[in-house]
Design a protein around this ligand. Structure first.
Ligand SMILES: [Zn+2]
Length: 275
């Protein structure tokens, strides 16, 4: 069994690039079949309305439930105050099994993490090289599995990816997916140091070729049991753990990002004159 844990689907409503315009699955599915991939986790492309984008993904997942799983995309700022409602719909009505958040939209919030904890949902959070937050996620929400794709940087930021491996080693609830990682030595180092159980196979389809991405996992030459975990075992286990709370959880919306520019101390001005 091979599960691709990272693939986009549906139309975006932007016009910047494929990532916010369209994620068509025809070629992806042909390539995945050829590569021996059995099932795929789908979530939306960038969108200005994730309620609508998740609905689109739900239609696709619902059309082939034997092939697809769905994750709910949420926007940290725009969906502030209604993350629980969006996730409730996605889990109960659509049968979705995870949450997707992207740093490009905004920094992940306590609200999102608390909803994930209430439903025991895995969270795929693309940190876009902002690695330090992983320490906080791991320690503040130890029961939530966080999947940080691309070793923390789709842009191949070597420093960020190298730093991320340390978090992957130390924190039991931190995972990565293999999608888009180009520096093979780092991928190999992550598998060796953190253990293959912390790696999930993902392609970042339909924009990357799932067969090419799968070849990287094969090239790690893992043991049979370990490879099985990377290719399907871990993601299936994380998705099986999802539960619908008997009482709808009361989640306080997070405060707006207090320091959107990052560390508030970095630009602090020191007094120039001591009295
Ligand atoms: Zn992606």
């Amino acid at each position: 069994m091979i599960v691709d844990g990272h693939c986009h689907a549906g139309k975006g409503d932007g016009l910047t690039g494929p990532w916010d315009t369209d994620a068509p699955l025809e070629a992806y599915l042909r390539r995945a079949r050829e590569a021996g991939i059995d099932r795929t986790v789908l979530f939306a492309a960038f969108h200005s309305d994730y309620g609508e984008a998740n609905r689109q993904v739900a239609r696709i997942v619902g059309s082939r439930p034997d092939l697809f799983y769905g994750f709910a995309f949420v926007h940290p700022d725009r969906d502030r105050g209604r993350v629980a409602a969006i996730v409730q719909t996605a889990v109960v009505r659509y049968g979705f099994r995870g949450i997707k958040v992207h740093r490009h939209d905004g920094r992940i919030t306590r609200e999102i993490c608390e909803v994930a904890r209430a439903y025991a949902l895995p969270v795929i959070y693309d940190v876009m090289g902002e690695i330090s937050v992983v320490e906080l996620l791991a320690t503040e929400y130890p029961s939530v599995p966080f999947i940080i794709p691309h070793l923390g940087s789709f842009a191949d930021d070597w420093r960020a990816q190298l730093a991320f491996i340390d978090h992957l080693v130390r924190h039991p609830n931190i995972y990565t997916d293999t999608s888009g990682i180009r520096r093979f030595d780092l991928l190999e180092s992550a598998a060796r140091r953190a253990g293959a159980r912390k790696l999930l196979f993902g392609s970042d389809g339909p924009w990357l070729h799932p067969g090419v991405e799968l070849a990287k996992v094969r090239a790690l030459h893992l043991g049979v049991a370990e490879e099985r975990e990377v290719l399907a075992g871990t993601i299936l286990r994380l998705m099986r753990a999802v539960r619908i709370p008997s009482v709808e959880p009361v989640i306080t919306p997070s405060a707006p990002d207090a320091s959107p520019e990052g560390d508030p101390w970095v630009n602090e001005e020191w007094p120039t004159r001591v009295r």
